[in-house]
Write a protein that binds this ligand. Structure first.
Ligand code: FAD
Length: 488
């Protein structure tokens, strides 16, 4: 332990804030976390509806190594805090033309079964997937684990090499452009295009460098955390507490205090609390607007990521055709993304994602019943008439799902709660309810995201899904690592 005389305050106990708490405690700092809600997790929380348990937000867990690393660096056995199952099946896909495809996690199996289902040879598909993996090997490590705004990053030869390869590998072309050139079957192109939604973007706009996301699932696998997704946050909170981190819940931070350009602490309940370092895990937009009372004009210019409407349905029967992750594709993906990002309206014919954690955790639903998390990608909140839109959306979702399963699903919804961009914005203090802060639709998005430090204020750092390297659990965990490494 070093630096034990230094204190750190973290604003927010989302996954990024929790990981930062562990990392700064391991640096020997005295760490306190102030959280507005009554428990940790932010978007990564859970709730009950009748006899059904639901995770509020994330449902897909990849790259567990970034969670495990926190426990290992603390000298603990991760298994004492956190366990998870490795999943042989990545996702079940349903197409309107009747095609069904269960995607295995193993790349070898995926190639074999996909080439039997779609119009693609094993050789062609393998070559395309190898290419995606190479993009990740070349660029992923640099973009995800370094601060892009520090000169030291660009002095490393591997960074220059990786950037060169990224450009060679069509950074200026969209994901869809590159995939549809390599693969001719539109159903398989749609499957790969879907990975743009992993950071709330459009495959028709996001750089083809993001095709590398698909390789992560096959390279690192997909997992199911025992106890549900929310358990990831709780286990990191437990570790942080053991390391001496103090958590203050139901405490809304009102200001970040600074004198000149040096941050000195925070204000809570009208009282100043001093610290050597402040880390904001709050949405970066609101950190500037509410805590620093600074202009957000530059942040406003960046396009927001997509948001979601989620139907949390307690279903009174089970469906063998469905697995943990299921996608029912729309017929016109391009129109769907144009609605979300150009028109900022709900897609008329949306792709439907259904997650059913009770498939792996039977206690999440009564016997022979299932907890369905039914998510539709929609635009961020720009004042749309959500109440009206959701009525129409529900009709469409019920009719598509009923058609695919050949059962009138409306008769089996025993419990229901609906979240929309307003709910997400309010519950998790997310600007316009965007799931991942800004979109990655611009080819320079990686460079345009807010860095993990402040160039204006000394001793101020930023972590979480709205800053570098981006949204999603693995990237939030990496933001904590980058920010903590920058502190001295
Ligand atoms: C519906 C949905 C589905 C998703 N699906 C996936 C998925 O499948 N896989 C995946 O990896 N990711 C997914 N994500 C994204 C993922 O949830 C986020 O990127 C990640 O959880 C964000 O973590 P964070 O560290 O930014 O903190 P957040 O979760 O945003 O938490 C921020 C915390 O700060 C607190 N706070 C805010 N203001 C203050 C204040 N003034 N004072 C004190 N506390 C404050 C909030 O209460 C909150 O607890 C999904 C998100 C949503 C909403």
């Amino acid at each position: 332990m070093i630096n034990s005389d230094k204190s750190v305050i973290i604003v927010g106990a989302g996954i990024g804030g929790l990981a930062t708490a562990v990392r700064t405690a391991l640096k020997g700092y005295r760490v306190s976390v102030y959280e507005k809600a009554d428990s940790c997790g932010g978007k990564l929380t859970e709730f009950e509806l009748g006899d059904y348990r639901f995770d509020f937000g994330p449902s897909l867990f990849t790259m567990p190594q970034y969670v495990l690393e926190l426990f290992k660096e603390a000298g603990k056995d991760p298994k004492d805090y956190f366990t998870y199952k490795s999943l042989p099946e990545a996702c079940r896909y349903f197409y309107r033309d009747g095609t069904r495809f269960t995607a295995p996690t193993s790349e070898e199996e995926f190639v074999k079964i996909a080439s039997r289902t779609f119009d693609v040879s094993e050789k062609k598909l393998k070559a395309y997937m190898d290419e995606n993996r190479k993009i990740f090997e070349n660029a992923g490590e640099v973009f995800l684990t370094h601060s892009l705004q520090k000169v030291e990053t660009w002095l490393q030869p591997k960074v220059v090499k990786s950037l060169f390869h990224s450009y060679v590998l069509n950074m200026l072309k969209s994901m869809h452009q590159v995939t549809s050139k390599r693969i001719s079957d539109p159903r398989l192109v749609q499957l790969f295009d879907r990975y743009a939604t992993y950071n709330g973007s459009s495959p028709y706009k996001a750089s083809s460098i993001l095709n590398s996301i698909s390789s992560l699932e096959h390279e690192y696998g997909t997992y199911f955390p025992v106890g549900g997704m929310a358990h990831i946050a709780k286990s990191i909170e437990n570790l942080a507490k053991e390391l001496g981190v103090i958590f203050y819940y139901n405490k809304t931070v009102e200001r970040i205090k600074y004198v000149g350009n040096t941050v000195q602490g925070i204000e809570v309940d009208g009282k100043a609390i001093l610290a050597d370092i402040v880390v904001s895990n709050m949405d970066v937009h609101f950190t500037y607007e509410r805590l620093l009372q600074k202009s957000t004009a530059r942040l406003e210019k960046r396009e927001k990521s997509s948001s979601a409407v989620i139907f949390y349905w307690g279903i009174d029967r089970s469906f063998d055709e469905l697995g943990l992750h299921n996608i029912m594709f729309s017929d016109n993906y391009e129109e769907e993304f144009a609605a979300i990002f150009e028109d900022k309206t709900l897609p008329a014919d949306p792709t439907i994602y259904i997650n059913i954690s009770s498939k792996h955790s039977p206690s999440d639903a009564p016997a022979n019943a299932e907890n369905w998390f039914v998510m539709i990608n929609v635009p961020a909140d720009f004042g749309q008439n959500w109440d009206q839109e959701i009525v129409q959306l529900k009709q469409k979702v019920v009719s598509t799902v009923s058609e695919q399963l050949e059962v009138d699903i409306s008769k089996h919804i025993a419990e229901e709660w609906i979240a929309d961009p307003r709910t997400i914005a309010e519950k998790t203090v997310s600007h316009r309810g965007a799931l991942y802060g800004t979109s990655s639709n611009h080819w320079l998005s990686a460079f345009l995201r807010h860095p993990n430090f402040s160039s204006e204020f000394k001793n101020l750092y930023f972590v979480g899904g709205t800053v570098h390297p981006g949204g999603g659990i693995p990237l939030c965990l990496l933001s904590a690592k980058i920010a903590s490494d920058l502190m001295n």
